[in-house]
Design a protein around this ligand. Structure first.
Ligand code: 2HG
Ligand code: ZN
Length: 461
């Protein structure tokens, strides 16, 4: 291995899969942010909990930083290894371990892709309801690390709601069995919940016990075209009042432009400034009548200009592609990403203020808005004007993010809704968390990871 520390690791964990192949270092050293040059020391691909524990103990002796790694689909730089860290990939630990039909839980290893969890639940007649476009590549461990949200939070909540138990290797190598699948457990601090959303800074999630639920009756999908931003929250209120919403997602014409340029079919004969994809439970006559009533009400009020229903599964998938294809269609342009949230009640005022701010600050930039508007969560992707150097572009975006963070602070919002803080949003953490909170978070970090070796530099320094 030409590195005495790695030789020592291999001697201690015989058979450990470890690579320093430059292609592997580049592959495992970065996530979807693509802003940092990967430079890990090596990549370890353990095959068991015991191997993970041995790696963490070795890292403490050698004082080597570790970057826990799932599917690396994150957008905040939380899984980047750019400073000689050892990447600890859970990729090989990707099995379903147990299913309990009475508890309705599925116990899995952390490296299992979200889509495989969906399939495992479906095969057992049940549903794991957290879902989003990266389902094929992201892993459940990464979902837990960021408390991932996605397109069905409006109905089912975030990842946090679906974790009945966790097995976690703490910063000193101890194995913690947190909550052990219990529904009720009033026995002190809930360390499981603390671990969820901690971005790999407190422990390495190695196994998770997931709650499953009944699959809903078939839903229906509708695409709405809106003439203005102002009507957006009113349309949401009108649909929520009449229907059980499973998703309520919004995007702008610029977003649609990129998805169509990427191969999707245009949904309407003419362009509209804003769009909503909504999915509602039912699929029966009553739901259809309620959806039609909501649509007609919005049409009469002038909040909606046009609409189309996905009549078959294939049509619904086509409508969903318009929303779910946005991130992929923007990726070649290297967008600067914002993922912000406010309470739903604060959304109209926040939208008006943010729209004015961005129109003022980004007159030359392509600004693409989309997101989970029914959860108060907006994604604002900024694309560089042609020819602008990367440094100048990022500098500009960082200055505007500061203004956005100040607006969020005034509206009681969050600088990260579902992507995590990572490296990208670290400078703005104090817009969302008070000094007292951050001091406590640092204390928690020290308690779980005394030598500061787990994902150092992410979340805070
Ligand atoms: C989504 O909602 C993801 O599609 C990605 O959270 C958001 O690319 C983004 O900014
Ligand atoms: Zn999202």
């Amino acid at each position: 291995m030409t590195d005495a520390r790695l030789d020592c690791l291999l001697a201690r964990v015989p058979g450990l899969r470890l690579t320093r192949d430059p292609a592997d270092l580049a592959h495992y050293g970065r996530d979807w942010t693509r802003r940092w040059t990967p430079a890990p020391l090596a990549v370890a691909l353990p095959g068991s909990v015991e191997e993970v524990q041995a790696i963490v103990r070795w890292a403490n002796e050698e004082r080597i930083a570790l970057v826990p790694s799932g599917g690396r689909t994150g957008l905040s730089g939380g899984a980047v290894a750019a400073n000689g860290e050892l990447v600890l990939s859970l990729e090989r630990m990707n099995r379903v371990l147990a299913f309990d039909p009475v508890d309705r839980t599925l116990t899995v290893q952390a490296g299992i892709p979200l889509q495989a969890v969906h399939e495992a639940a479906r095969e057992r007649g049940l549903l794991y309801p957290v879902d989003f476009a990266a389902r094929g590549s992201c892993t459940i461990g990464g979902n837990i690390a960021t408390n991932a949200g996605g397109i069905r939070v409006i109905r089912y909540g975030n990842t946090r709601e679906w974790i009945a138990g966790l097995a976690v290797v703490a910063g000193n190598g101890d194995l913690l069995e947190l909550n052990r699948g219990l529904i009720k457990n009033s026995s002190g601090y809930d360390l499981r919940q603390l671990m969820i959303g901690s971005e790999g800074t407190l422990g390495v999630v190695v196994e998770a016990t997931l709650r499953l639920t009944d699959p809903p009756p078939p839903g229906n999908t509708m695409l709405l075209a809106l003439p203005s931003f102002e009507g957006l929250m009113r349309v949401f209120a009108a649909f929520r009042e009449r229907l059980t919403l499973q998703a309520f997602e919004f995007f702008t014409d610029r977003a649609l432009h990129h998805v169509i340029a990427h191969g999707a079919a245009a949904p309407f004969g003419q362009a509209h400034p804003f769009y909503v994809v909504t999915e509602y439970a039912g699929g029966d006559e009553a739901a259809e009548a309620a959806a039609l009533a909501a649509f007609e009400h919005c049409l009469e009020q002038g909040w909606v200009g046009d609409g189309v229903i996905g009549r078959s599964e294939a049509q619904a998938a086509q409508l969903w592609r318009l929303r779910e294809g946005i991130t992929e269609s923007l990726a070649p342009h290297k967008p600067y990403k914002n993922d912000v949230s406010v309470r739903i009640s604060a959304m109209p005022a926040f939208l008006a203020e943010t729209q004015a701010l961005l129109a003022r600050e980004y007159p030359r930039f392509d600004v693409v808005w989309f997101g989970h508007i029914g959860d108060g969560n907006l994604h604002i992707n900024v694309l560089p004007p042609p020819g602008m150097a990367d440094g100048e572009f990022v500098g500009h975006c960082e200055r505007v993010t500061k203004l956005l963070a100040e607006a969020l602070s005034r509206h009681g919002g969050s600088i990260s809704a579902e992507h995590g803080i990572g490296l990208v949003k670290k400078p703005y953490l104090d817009s969302t968390r008070s000094p007292a909170e951050i001091a406590l978070m640092r204390g928690v970090k020290r308690a779980f990871d005394p030598n500061g070796l787990l994902n150092p530099g992410k979340l805070f320094d």
